[in-house]
Design a protein around this ligand. Sequence first.
Ligand code: DQA
Length: 149
Amino acid sequence: MAGAHNRIEVLHGVNLNTLGRRDPAIYGTATLGSLEIQIKRWAQEMGLGSTFFQSNHEAEFIEHLHRLPEMADAAIINAGAWTHYSWAIRDAAEVAAIPLVEVHLSDIHAREPWRARSVFDGLVVAQISGRGADGYREALSVLKRELEV
Ligand code: DQA
């Protein structure tokens, strides 16, 4: 499927590898592995290629962002708690200079006040928050439109 200009990288940051056992009332019961399988299926239906990366190490995540333009035409990013304070990750995402959509499983605007701020404000094409796994499907369609594929 991955042809010209349709490669989407799905980036998950700190703690997202614990999905499934992490507060299911907030994040649901799906594991990251099953979420990624679902995202890949949606991407295929839309004619998009998808690849996946998760790290709990900020430096590794940043270095991955530096390499992103070689690997992908656009990306979906759920940076976990880094979203709320890591200006280094924001800067690295800016260096990547490809279209980004930010996704959060939970509604970051309806939880603790510190979660409402995102370092990606003004940088991403869209922020999709509080729609659970479906948020990733929406992000894929936003990026499909953005890439015009
Ligand atoms: C999250 C929301 C963040 O506030 C939190 O730190 C996460 C997950 C979400 O997907 O809802 O780790 O990004």
